[in-house]
Design a protein around this ligand. Structure first.
Ligand SMILES: [Fe+2]
Length: 322
């Protein structure tokens, strides 16, 4: 049975006791998850096979099977890599060991704290959405950050600023996760820029800019094409140097033709690039950067999103730079 069709992480609840299923549904009722339930192991297998859940909460004692048999089969036959929470009326060390050996990530004896369970699930879904990146991509990102130290700090600050702006405009957890992932990866295409240009301690020539630096959004897209990332993340990365007046790159998109996520990343990217210390300028005051951004509103940035960004408390932004 599927209770909610908003996909912000998929949770499968398996218990042969309808009362426990009802309690679990109420715990997650306020979250934007796709909730599925199963009252038997067979129903559970079908849901896992069809929907590949991100989190499975399963009772240890099912009438025709044990929760351990179920999760072993889910991993072996269906390749499911959900975060598995085994709930049980028996807080027995031997059973706990069996559950962990079967692949459970957490053993939760009844009665459990509803709020604790809600937060554990929420945190794990967020982690899965933001960190589900291929090993080679993470290696490339690390290599780039070793070559260009500013780039590593810049990505982390841009992700934190994007999180603040995402919360300011009330994006869902899923959308915030996508924006954070895009922010972490937005400059990965710089990996192909030669050191003498990437690390140049002075102004770039027009050739260096056009034939190397300005290609990095498209190169980022090419690098990321091989992994299963949401199109919104790819768009945010590919178009984060477009300008609202249409004079940006790589496509010269204008106004709201620039994907929303890219307009958001563009604002926090530009803010950090102006605010943080670079070889050619010292760290700048937040009030100076804010004024620069106001001066460029409507030319470089989406005025509506910029207004929201500027309404974030300067104190909260300053914490990122301490
Ligand atoms: Fe960039």
């Amino acid at each position: 049975m599927i209770f909610k069709k908003v996909n912000n992480g998929k949770i499968l609840l398996i218990d042969d006791d309808p009362v426990i299923i009802d309690i679990l549904i109420r715990i997650f009722a306020g979250e934007q998850h796709l909730l599925m339930s199963a009252y038997t192991a067979e129903e559970g297998y079908a849901q896992i096979k069809d929907h590949n859940p991100d989190v499975i909460i399963v009772d240890y004692n099912l009438s025709t099977s044990t929760g351990c048999e179920l999760i072993t089969r889910a991993k072996n036959e269906y390749g499911n890599n959900a975060f598995v929470i085994m709930i049980s009326g028996f807080n027995d060390e031997k059973i706990r060991k069996i559950c962990y050996e079967a692949g459970a990530n957490l053993f939760l004896p009844k009665p459990f704290s509803n709020e604790e369970l809600r937060l554990i699930v929420k945190n794990n879904i967020m982690l899965k959405m933001t960190a589900d990146l291929d090993g080679p991509i993470m290696s490339m990102l690390t290599a780039l950050h070793h070559r260009d130290h500013w780039s590593g700090g810049h990505s982390r600050r841009v992700a934190k600023l994007a999180l603040l702006l995402g919360k300011e405009i009330c994006l869902s957890d899923k959308e915030i996760g996508q924006i954070e992932t895009a922010a972490k990866l937005h400059d990965i295409g710089k990996i192909g820029i030669p050191d003498e240009i990437l690390l140049k301690n002075g102004p770039l020539s027009e050739t260096e800019r056009i034939h190397h630096i300005n290609l990095h959004p498209v190169n980022s897209k090419r690098i990321l094409e091989g992994i299963n990332l949401d199109n919104k993340i790819i768009d945010a990365i590919q178009y984060h140097h477009e300008r609202y007046d249409g004079t940006g790159y790589p496509n010269g998109l204008k106004g709201d033709n620039i994907p929303f996520e890219a307009r958001l990343i563009a604002i926090v990217d530009a803010f950090d690039a102006m605010k943080s210390k670079r070889p050619y300028h010292d760290e700048r005051s937040q009030s100076w950067v804010r004024q620069e951004m106001i001066n460029g509103a409507g030319e470089q940035h989406c005025p509506n999103l910029l207004e929201h960004f500027l309404s974030i408390s300067p104190i909260r932004i300053e914490e990122i730079y301490q």
